[in-house]
Design a binder for this molecule. Structure first.
Ligand code: GH3
Ligand code: MG
Ligand code: MG
Length: 336
């Protein structure tokens, strides 16, 4: 451990050096004035930086030992360096000043070698324990900070994961799994509140031909564009569009009767048509179109949402049969 001796007397420095060296302390630095030592301590990088103990004379020209102690203890990073003040004075007032200034111990000249070594040993032990405690504190703070960072990271990963679980990989809209969960929830809500719930099943017309003519990659691009068009056709925050599979999409409309569902189906169909995606081999028009099957129901105790999907699916089938690029509601068909 490093000991700094500050004394203007060469003889005292030599004696202290000898005593400490004999006591097994070899890392010893010297300075012959307190003000000089203080100036060195003030430099950002200095050779006294990692001093573990200061032994210092009380009477020195310029800055004296008391003043030096007071000043150095004001600096946070040196606060923990123990200081022994060597004094020739017996006066009680000077002892008081020594401790008031913040010195940890004092020793009277002429000193007993054993006494000096005992005090040096105990203060170095104190310093080493303080250092260890501080290190542990820093480690704990670091670990806590690390933990907070890891938690924050996990939160983001979790959110992204949950999001990715609900999102269709190709089109970026809701996937079928999340749609199923949503319709299940909305179905129960509608059952409780006795409100209608509607869906629109949609399928791209002659999409096989599109793929065959423009290639699978262009087919994928087309599905992405259609998905986004459908998303933009929604009106309410509770409306949802999902990719049901392949080139099939579905719109979930909570709290909507058949009239709104047909209206929304028409809006979606029109939106896709207006995207004007060239499809020269479609038998309907020269651009991409969709067919829509619409269904709405107020859930009764025995019915499940699969029944609603079935009606919408049958309606879609009818829309295909009737010539595609249209919105059909089986209920409506039967009623008219
Ligand atoms: P219809 O008007 O009766 O719906 O005819 P269609 O050709 O659209 O129907 P069909 O079911 O015969 O063909 C659907 C095609 O959609 C076949 C399949 O290769 C294609 N398809 C399904 N999923 C994807 C996809 O993710 N990307 C691409 N590029 N094509 C897909
Ligand atoms: Mg299909
Ligand atoms: Mg199709």
């Amino acid at each position: 451990m490093k000991i700094l001796i500050i004394d203007d007397s060469k003889t005292v420095r030599a004696v202290l050096n000898r005593v400490l060296s004999d006591g097994g302390y070899t890392d010893i630095l010297f300075c012959n004035s307190a003000s000089e030592a203080y100036d060195i301590f003030l430099k950002p990088e200095n050779e006294f930086n990692d001093t573990d103990l200061i032994i210092l004379d009380i009477h020195m020209p310029g800055m004296d030992g008391i003043e030096f102690t007071r000043e150095i203890k004001k600096i946070d990073k040196y606060n923990d360096i123990p200081i022994i003040i060597v004094t020739s004075s017996d006066m009680a007032s000077s002892m008081e000043k020594v401790f008031e200034a913040g010195a940890n111990d004092f020793i009277k000249k002429p000193f007993l070698v054993v006494e000096l070594l005992a005090r040096v040993k105990s203060l170095l032990k104190l310093k080493s324990e303080t250092d260890k405690r501080k290190e542990r504190e820093i480690e704990l703070i670091d670990r806590e900070r690390e933990l907070i960072e890891v938690n924050r990271f996990l939160e983001i990963v979790n959110q992204n994961y949950l999001k990715s679980m609900a999102i269709d990989g190709l089109t970026g809209i809701t996937n079928r799994k999340y749609f199923n969960e949503s319709i299940d929830m909305e179905w129960r809500k509608a059952l409780r509140k006795k409100t209608p719930i509607a869906i629109i099943m949609m399928d791209v017309d002659y999409f096989k031909k599109y793929n065959d003519n423009y290639g699978h990659q262009k087919g994928d691009d087309c599905l992405i564009t259609v998905a986004n068009g459908l998303k933009q056709s929604l009106e309410l925050p509770s409306d949802m569009v999902a990719r049901y599979g392949g080139e099939e999409f579905v719109i979930l409309l909570p709290d909507s009767d058949i009239n709104r569902a047909i209206e929304m189906g028409e809006k979606a169909r029109e939106r896709v048509e207006n995207l004007n995606i060239k499809h020269e081999h479609s038998s309907v028009t020269d651009h991409v179109t969709i067919s829509c099957g619409v269904a709405s129901i107020i859930p009764g105790e025995m019915e499940s949402y699969e029944g609603l999907i079935k009606i919408a699916d049958d309606s879609l089938y009818l829309a295909k049969e009737k010539g595609r690029n249209r919105v059909v509601s089986l209920d409506f068909e039967e009623r008219t």
